[in-house]
Design a protein around this ligand. Structure first.
Ligand SMILES: [Zn+2]
Length: 458
């Protein structure tokens, strides 16, 4: 039976119109003013926005970092996502050293298949460059995984500049998309050694050993190499004003650069690392939270369009795990924050409700731009005929308070405890099926792998 979402205001990245939306099967089949009910089931969207399902292009839903497991897995993380309006995630698939990308893809499929409550795809991580891995790049594209992730930080993940250069050439040859974690890992290692040698072991030292300049240097190096290859590239979790300046300079010279930031860099600051009783460890993520000045620069970037997308870098380790591994040595604190659940309400509250950005821009940042960049568009990221019926009926007035007590993310803390939010997903549809209502998932495990082509405009 078809469904008629009636009485709401349909918002895409450049339009907002009072329209009813009819869903049938997995697709949007009719859009129009005051559509006749016919034999459709009616969903009342009056007073609400009708938004394309949100896409989170940066999650680590289920991960072992070498010594600790995330508190979420695909089952729980995807429930937390879809309950609050995120209908698709692009998770970071990370192979073990010496193993093939095909092995990694099989592992991630096994993690997600028949468990995910939202749709999903992956960015395939490249942590070393060998002839065998070079051969696998086109294979990944054939399998529908058309974006890749590399690291300039973390000893177990980072490659050399030469490896990055070679990988970029291979990715360019298949029109793939690359995202890189930009921090200068070698210098961070040295700073960490110096701090530990001086007896500085607490979480307040985490941001001091990962200063802004080491991100900006890595961004500059990455963009320089990409420019040599002629590859359009993505910068994941950009967090500093200096990095944004580097991006603007590269763009002024004609380079195509996509920029992602995350809610934590728009809302939290580095003074949290100095909380007493090891509480600062809750906020250990990399790049670290930054200063108020960085936050203001990022918001300016969001408003001006210099920042293209907002995803979460969801990677939650329990506070108990952070204490267990990192109490005596801040460099051992498992890094990452929970966030896949709270992104829509936090960005709506701090961005749209404050008047910083329009609801249209909100849709672009959390859905349409991501769909376009990662070749999910127009299947996803837009409310239009024949698109997947991934729809969020968003109540702009609903008030809520974020708390660990009520969150669906399986984490023993929230980075936003007590934060008051405005705006909430009232109903969430995934490919035509109502999967969540008032923050609760009513049809779990509806998610499936979404095959992606390549972004021809990159
Ligand atoms: Zn990440």
């Amino acid at each position: 039976m078809s469904i008629l979402v009636k009485g709401g205001v349909v918002v895409n990245s450049h339009t907002r119109r009072q329209l009813d939306v009819r869903l049938d099967g997995e697709k949007i089949v009719e859009l129009g003013a005051d559509l006749a009910v016919k034999d459709s089931e009616v969903v009342d969207a009056s007073g609400c926005f009708i938004l394309p399902g949100f896409i989170d292009a940066h999650t680590h839903l289920e991960l072992n970092n070498g010594y600790a497991d995330t508190s979420d897995n695909f089952t729980t993380g995807s429930v937390a996502a879809v309950a609050k309006g995120t209908t698709t995630v692009i998770d970071m698939a990370t192979p073990d050293r010496g193993k093939s990308l095909a092995d990694c893809l099989a592992t991630w499929n096994a993690l997600a298949e028949n468990k995910a409550s939202c749709d999903y795809n992956y960015h395939m991580s490249i942590i070393e460059w060998t002839p065998a891995i070079a051969k696998e790049i086109p294979e990944m594209v054939k399998a529908g995984v058309t974006s890749f992730k590399m690291y300039l930080a973390y000893d177990n993940l980072r490659t050399t500049d030469a490896e990055l250069y070679e990988a970029m050439k291979a990715i360019k040859s298949v029109n793939g998309m690359l995202g890189v974690h930009c921090e200068n890992g070698e210098i961070i290692n040295q700073l960490q050694k110096d701090y530990l040698a001086a007896g500085k072991t607490g979480p307040e030292n985490h941001p001091l050993t990962r200063p802004n300049a080491l991100e900006a240097e890595a961004v500059n190096r990455y963009l320089t190499i990409a420019n040599t290859v002629g590859l359009a590239v993505n910068i994941v979790h950009l967090s500093t004003k200096e990095s944004l300046a580097v991006v603007k300079r590269a763009r002024a010279h004609g380079q195509k650069v996509y920029v992602e930031t995350c809610p934590q860099y728009l809302t939290l600051t580095d003074d949290l690392y100095r909380l007493p009783d090891f509480e600062g460890a809750k906020y250990v993520c990399s790049p670290p939270l930054r200063s108020q000045a960085d936050q203001e620069a990022l918001w300016q970037g969001v408003i001006a369009g210099d920042v293209n997308t907002i995803s979460t870098d969801h990677c939650d380790f329990d506070f108990a795990a952070k204490e267990k591994f990192g109490k005596a040595d801040f460099t051992k604190i498992p890094g990452g924050l929970p966030g896949v659940e709270t992104r829509p309400a936090i960005v709506y509250t701090t961005g749209v409700a404050t008047g910083k950005i329009s609801i249209e821009r909100f849709v672009a940042l959390l859905s349409e731009n991501i769909a376009k960049q990662f070749a999910l568009y127009p299947q996803k990221g837009v409310i239009q005929l024949n698109s997947d019926a991934d729809i969020v009926v968003w109540d702009p007035e609903a008030q809520d308070v974020i708390s660990q007590q009520t969150q669906l993310q399986h984490c023993d803390y929230s980075a936003y405890e007590g934060f008051q939010t405005t705006g909430k997903a009232k109903f969430v549809f995934l490919r035509g099926k109502k999967v969540a209502e008032d923050g609760k998932v009513i049809a779990p495990r509806t998610g499936r792998f979404v095959f992606r082509k390549v972004n021809q405009e990159a």
